[in-house]
Design a binder for this molecule. Sequence first.
Ligand SMILES: Cc1cc2nc3c(=O)[nH]c(=O)nc-3n(C[C@H](O)[C@H](O)[C@H](O)COP(=O)(O)O)c2cc1C
Length: 122
Amino acid sequence: MTDRALRDKLSAMNAAIMGADMDPFYGAPELLIVLANKDVPTYIYDGSLVMGNLMNAAADLGIASCWIHRAKEEFESEEGKEILRSLGIAGNYEGIGHLILGYAAKENADPAPRKENYVYTV
Ligand SMILES: Cc1cc2nc3c(=O)[nH]c(=O)nc-3n(C[C@H](O)[C@H](O)[C@H](O)COP(=O)(O)O)c2cc1C
């Protein structure tokens, strides 16, 4: 999404869902939104995989990204449903996530250290 007015509207909706007075998109000018078809039994996993693949694709292009939550609540609201209708998006969709995109303030930052005990090698 590159439409600034819509981005700002979604930001305000997202902040209201969170109960916070801030821009949940951290000033990022552009974002992607993943919706998934609730008729498919694995839709949450499918949509989450899309989110992860988008993050990897963005990183490959040198673009930083962050998953921003509450897309479900956003597009379950009447306002959110109206936004989808106005965009011509019709279907039994659930919002999976927003992927904000931008250039990292710190170039080539070291990755965070791997967490202990997250992987069991047996
Ligand atoms: C499902 C999901 C939702 C997330 N929602 C948000 C969010 O709303 N705001 C945010 O700043 N980061 C969000 N993140 C990013 C996480 O806070 C965190 O930065 C990221 O998962 C890296 O986790 P790690 O510290 O385990 O590496 C989300 C991540 C996931 C997987």
